[in-house]
Design a protein around this ligand. Sequence first.
Ligand code: SF4
Length: 418
Amino acid sequence: MFRISQYMRELAQAHRGGVYPAPRRAAAGGSMTGPVVIWNLIRRCNLTCQHCYALSADHEYSGELSGAEVGTVMDDLKAFHVPVLILSGGEPLMRPDIFEIAARAKAMRFYIGLSTNGTLIDEPMADRVAAAGFDYVGISLDGLRETHDKFRRLDGAFDRSLAAVRLLHARGVKVGLRFTMTAMNAHDLPALLQLMRDEQVDKFYFSHLNYAGRGNIHRGRDAQFAATREAMDLLFETAWQAALEGRDEEYVTGNNDADGPYLLQWVAEHLPHLSPLVHESLRQRLVAWGGNSSGVNVANIDNLGNVHPDTMWWHHTLGNVRERPFSAIWADTSDPLMAGLKARRRPVGGRCGGCAHFAICGGNTRVRAQQLTGNAWAEDPGCYLSDAEIGVSGNGERVKVTAFSGGRKRVGVPVVAG
Ligand code: SF4
């Protein structure tokens, strides 16, 4: 996750005082922190959204982890110093014991987030979500009414999700909007950002399209690079203004770590009055962030207990929590993909391998490379920076984003650069 607002607040501080603030010191024992775990507790969903990575539908899926098994896994996660659980699905509110699971997690002092489509949240459900003490609830909105209902394939979905935002907000729950951009909904981004302001929503999560599940089937509709850059410019400008005015709004992005170098470039172009030292301090902070953290700081457990490097890697399983504890699976680098993801410098080739910003971006999102080329270490075809911007003198040829034609590329994980 790329926290735009955090950098903009620091830049606003530098804008006022001339000095980039020192990084906050990690708490004692901070190096012992395990990954954030996104946990798909149920695959069933009342919707069948166009970009769903879980390919969910409204029927039961057999073999899902029982409540008792979830509890056992949670004990292991706690002992492994996992700080955050994002409870997801499918639609997690369709799981009958979701509030028992949340109560257990809360009692164990996890930070707990809920990732929901919001359509099931009426007044009584909002009361339950608020009482459960979720630290954060993310609700997906893919555009304004017409666009969202089309994406979600349900008339009225937008109104129900927006009502959920209001119901939770009224109960003091921290709420965020989650927006996945494609060529089909990019035009609604400005209006959604305005909606966020009007509704005083706490957070806006902008997700680039990743090529998993239905997101892969629809990859031919991924936003073009120009549209992506326009969207990022708008997000940066919006977050910058919020930081200048001291508004407590959070803007974050996911699934495209080229956002880091692009921010550096945006700041150079738009805030040239800041001193070279401030620009260099920002660069160092971005290097410390380091880009993509799948398999390192982000983990996924699916509804069947399979462990993946993140939610977009459901076609690559590292092990199952019924057979081995999560902590053992996560520490095991005998899997070549996991070894590569955990390498100090990932063995990424192509234009990413020669990129001047590799230390910031980390080679970006490996799933897109693997889905299009079969090689997990090829260039990320979703990078929207030009050859000149990344300091390579290629002939402009790129891995092309081709439409999905059925079937899946086999996972190719050579240990040498692709
Ligand atoms: S070329 Fe690769 S490493 Fe460089 S910014 Fe783009 S995605 Fe990141």
